[in-house]
Ligand binder design. Structure first.
Ligand code: SF4
Length: 348
């Protein structure tokens, strides 16, 4: 595939965990290395859609997350790293797009329904900003005229809404001119989501996350506590490393990590496990070594960046400036297509 332009972001949640790395970051770095034009956004306005009451950690969480992005291998010379709220054009385009989408359409966005369920929200108390967060996402993506959006399966409906908005805008305002917006494609993340060591979805709030810059000792302790096949009580009992084919449940988290971080060895480990030739204790020790080695470059880069906060701030300031330059050009196109002019330019 010929490299295009991607826009991808994260809400500022502070230090990142291994699930964030496997689910997004390593993909960003791969695309960057393949020559894509990467725009990576700290989605601080999105953070407010579900957590506007307490903003005390926004700054420090932004800083820590950017350090982890850099530690993961994003190169600020090749990838634009910026903060959403520093580029006010996101707000302007969001407002204009909000005219093109009905309330009923937003209420059908599946991720909104999931948030309502997972956060135990009352639908009647959803804010105007929260209801429209997928429109803000469309503005984020289209402001940079992104051609592709790297997402997990659950985010595909947002990209579909973005495409709908781009189509609607081009149809309404670009009849006698070049379309302003591309219709971006969802680019599915290849490796399925990594589970936490208890077998559940990895998250900091669930207390089952392995932080990206964990020390070798922390990695060993994390892997030692990992969920394995409960039927394999003794070393020579046969085990079942893979999850159930029918429902995806069960299986062994340790093997899942082998599959990700030790792909050449995973098949043989699965064979030995099934044959009762491998015990969980030595297998976990093996995995801890593999993981520690795999994460060593990230750990080292993090130490270097964290030792120089001014350099991190410079990265963000430069990214904001470069993002703004692109955003301003897009908004010139948008205003021209829509016939919006500043007062000084009003003509009869
Ligand atoms: S031997 Fe390894 S793959 Fe098999 S259940 Fe134990 S930890 Fe999991």
């Amino acid at each position: 595939m010929k490299p295009g332009r991607i826009l991808s972001g994260m809400r500022p949640t502070g230090r990142l965990h291994l699930g964030n790395h496997v689910g997004a970051l390593e993909n960003w770095v791969r695309l960057q290395d393949e020559g894509w034009a990467n725009f990576h956004m700290v989605a601080d306005w999105h953070m407010l859609t579900t957590g506007h009451e307490d903003t005390s950690r926004l700054q420090s969480d932004t800083y820590e997350m950017v350090v982890d992005w850099l530690a993961a291998g994003l190169d600020p010379k090749r990838s634009v790293i910026f903060v959403q709220s520093a580029v006010k054009e996101h707000a302007e385009l969001h407002l204009l797009f909000s005219m093109l989408v009905t309330k009923a359409r937003l209420e059908r966005v599946p991720t909104l329904k999931e948030q309502i369920r997972d956060l135990h929200l009352d639908e009647q108390t959803i804010s105007y900003g929260h209801l429209g967060y997928s429109v803000l996402q469309a503005a984020d993506i289209l402001l940079y005229k992104a051609t592709h959006v790297p997402v997990g399966e659950d985010q595909v409906p947002h990209v579909e809404l973005t495409r709908e908005i781009a189509r609607r805008f081009n149809f309404l305002y670009c009849r006698d001119r070049e379309p302003v917006f591309p219709e971006p494609e969802a680019q599915l993340t290849q490796f399925p989501r990594l589970r936490g060591n208890d077998g559940n979805r990895m998250s900091k709030s669930a207390g089952n996350a392995l932080m990206l810059a964990a020390s070798p000792e922390e990695i060993t302790a994390y892997v030692r506590a990992a969920y394995t096949d409960p039927k394999k009580a003794r070393a020579n009992d046969p085990g079942r490393p893979e999850p159930d084919e029918r429902d995806g449940h069960g299986g062994c988290v340790v093997w899942e990590y082998h599959r990700k971080f030790n792909p050449e060895g995973a098949a043989e480990i699965a064979r030995q496990c099934r044959a009762g030739e491998l015990g969980c204790v030595p297998d976990k020790q093996h995995l801890a070594r593999v993981l520690s080695e795999a994460l060593a470059p990230i750990r080292e880069r993090r130490q270097r960046w964290a030792a120089d906060p001014d350099a991190v701030r410079d990265v963000v300031a430069d990214g904001n400036r470069r993002a703004r330059a692109v955003a301003e050009r897009t908004m010139d196109d948008v205003r021209a297509a829509m016939g919006l002019r500043s007062t000084a330019e009003v003509t009869p």
